[in-house]
Design a protein around this ligand. Sequence first.
Ligand code: FES
Length: 114
Amino acid sequence: MMEGDWRPTEKPLFTVRVCINKRLNTDKLPSCAGRGSRGLADALEREILAERIPASVTRGPCMNNCAHGPNLKIQGADYFNLEGEVTDGAIERIMVAIRAEAERRKTAETTPAP
Ligand code: FES
């Protein structure tokens, strides 16, 4: 892409909510940020922008499933708990679900009501 060629994505049709809670660990419980969820949110955001998918990443508080995180929810679609596995493969699985949700919503938007 040439400098000055950047255009914002379309208006987001849905959000991807990523838990970025980090514990002080006084209670010895795991947290999503402690398992890499902040980097995961950044990676997903980069992919979404690069592919111009009409979605946004929301960084949010604890989703109450800390032992299985990082946790994230695609609005109206899949929920993921990565069990500590923030890998390229996991990111690609999430991106497949995000692309599918974007397609589903675009189709729903363009399909005329009966
Ligand atoms: S810290 Fe992420 S679900 Fe609790």
